[in-house]
Design a protein around this ligand. Sequence first.
Ligand code: HEM
Ligand code: NAG
Length: 359
Amino acid sequence: MLLKSLVATLPFFLAVYANPLRRFVCNNGKRTANAQCCVWFDVLDDLQANLFDNECGEEVHESLRLTFHDAIGFSKELNRKGQFGGNGADGSIMHFIDIEGAFPANNGVDDIVELQRPLAIKHGVSFGDFIQFAGAVGVSNCPGSPRLEFLAGRPNVTQPSPPDLVPEPSDPIDQILKRFADAGFTPNELVALLASHSIAAQDHVNPNIAGSPFDSTPGLFDSQFFIETLLVGDTIPGGGKLQVGEVRSPLEGELRLQSDARIARHPGTACEWQSFVDNHDRMANAFRAAMSKMAILGQNRNKLVDCSDVIPVPAANTKQPTLPAGKTMADIEGSCKATPFPTLTADSGPETSVLPVPK
Ligand code: HEM
Ligand SMILES: *[C@@H]1O[C@H](CO)[C@@H](O)[C@H](O)[C@H]1NC(C)=O
């Protein structure tokens, strides 16, 4: 009898205790785990309506890049030497855009900073929180992306990041690996973070072909970036000449960064790179974990409140990984010694040109 009533009440206990999520009801009727998270629903609506148009477009790409350029301002080595090593994901890039925006690697980030700042001020949230929130919301607009964690509570800062902490595409790979290690990332985590370049384009490396993406599907969080960076580079997109930090790409209209090309082929990173090619879940999970770490660089996780339930659930990506039309497996420069490159089928249709060929 006792057992029977226990079993009968089990679903209730499970609902209340095993799943204590979304207990608070905000003024706007939205439910969340923590009352402090209510403000973020308003920020979410504002971002989607007035910055992102609910799409995975340019502003989303720029917002994701900004999460990195704010957070990477963090150096254990400088701290060890008794110098100021930066506060990481602290919003300093927004507070001190006059200073940090002048660092060469931050070329172009002022555009998104100026678009985001008024929204952060309007909603009374710290710049550091706003930048990471905008990145997480933005990524959720890209089909195939993981639902990123979002923790709130970073204080507003009073000091800019030290210079020379943001990597450049022309930096030697050993220097890039060292820089990431100094910020607390393993080589595998660097590769995972570079899944961001699956939803990315450039304006400033080669301004003659501004807007050219790093893979053929910049609106999808997919593995095409990891595939296409391993194709033979035989094209100078847009004609003209290669710029500093740019190397030959496989497709007209697609730009390949020197750093991406080299990390894809470096013995310390090539196998992790290749492992994402036909394993979407592995790529998405690794990106999510590394982004969780990056978003709170220099911050104390225990002082932050988990507002992840405000982040929308991303749509799935149904497109299978393929070789771009016109390419074959012979065009792949497999770089992982341990395992062969997985066999992919080619896209049908005419040879891919991700952008109209410039006239
Ligand atoms: C080795 C490290 C990295 C290098 C050298 C690098 C370099 C670059 C460069 C040169 C651009 C083009 C910017 C422009 O000309 O407009 C770019 C774009 C971008 N990067 Fe990275 N990046 C690195 C890592 C990361 C990481 C860790 C993230 C984020 C988690 C990230 C996210 C992005 C995004 C989303 C864009 C596209 C921006 C847009 O479309 O406007 N990058 N990156
Ligand atoms: C952060 O600093 C900016 C610029 O000084 C200010 O406008 C904003 O109100 C501050 N936000 C918080 C949450 O303190």
